[in-house]
Design a binder for this molecule. Structure first.
Ligand code: MG
Length: 259
């Protein structure tokens, strides 16, 4: 069942979203060759706690997971799609692309956001991948207007990616967007592919995390021995952008923004 948030809850989630965007953009600023992915995680946790909030992913253990996630920030480099575990040994280098996925709990309510960032100068193919993935997130958000359905969001993302002429991008299918707010993952499941007009109708007060994961090659992914890190099956690079949004009477409102 999709939870409709109260006005009071929406106000808190809006505040939390502002915090989250502020934190994530501060992490983005320190990305450079030579920094370890663990350094990014330590900084993320400090920034969140300084705001009086709680990291949502630290020790998060979804149903079926063999062990809880051991960090605040998911850091996924190059062919890692999502849920990369930060490590002192993993040093970013010029030309990498790095996905930062972060959730926080503010006054008891959750928000979720991700960006993918270039490390130093990246090649044209990777630059394009980042642009396309950020663009398709906005396409999905634009389609999340009143009167539309979950399937309309899914379909808009799929159509945009599959109409690209520059490359045959893969859309990750085993992971999806989701409702968010009272928990970090709530109903509904929001795939990044699907048919127009299918699924639940969008209603004002729904809070959703939209999160396309786009690959340079195959849509297929594998999971590492750490039981968390998703990686592309062909080891080509992947990008991920995510916003938490509010369904309104008109266009959707992006909640994970600090503008
Ligand atoms: Mg998410």
């Amino acid at each position: 069942m999709i939870i409709i948030k109260t006005l009071e809850e929406i106000e808190i989630i809006r505040e939390g979203g502002k915090h989250l965007a502020t934190v994530l953009y501060k992490i983005k600023e320190i990305i450079k060759p030579g920094i370890s992915t663990k350094d990014l995680d330590i900084y993320a946790e400090k920034l969140i706690r300084d705001l009086g909030d709680t990291p949502a992913f630290l020790n998060y253990r979804p149903e079926g997971a063999s062990r809880p996630f051991p960090a605040s920030l998911c850091v996924s480099v190059n062919d890692e799609v999502v849920h990369g575990i930060p490590s002192k040994k993993r040093i970013l280098k010029e030309g990498d692309i790095v996905s930062l996925d972060l959730g926080l709990k503010h006054k008891g309510l959750f928000t979720d956001m991700a960006i993918t960032v270039p490390v130093g100068k990246v090649n044209m193919i990777n630059q394009k991948l980042l642009e396309i993935t950020e663009q398709v997130l906005q396409v999905g958000i634009d389609s999340a207007s009143l009167g539309n359905t979950i399937g309309d969001i899914s379909n808009s993302i799929e159509s945009f990616i599959h109409s690209r002429k520059d490359n045959k991008y893969g859309i990750v299918e085993v992971l999806a967007g989701h409702g968010v707010g009272r928990a970090i993952h709530e109903d509904p499941f929001i795939p990044n592919f699907g048919k127009k007009g299918t699924g639940e109708k969008l209603l004002p007060g729904m809070v959703l995390a939209i999160e396309p994961m786009i690959n340079l090659g195959t849509k297929n992914v594998t999971i590492d021995n750490d039981d968390w890190t998703f990686r592309t099956a062909d080891r080509k690079n992947s990008a991920h952008f995510e916003h938490t949004i509010l369904i309104t009477e008109g266009e959707a409102e992006i909640l994970t923004t600090n503008f």
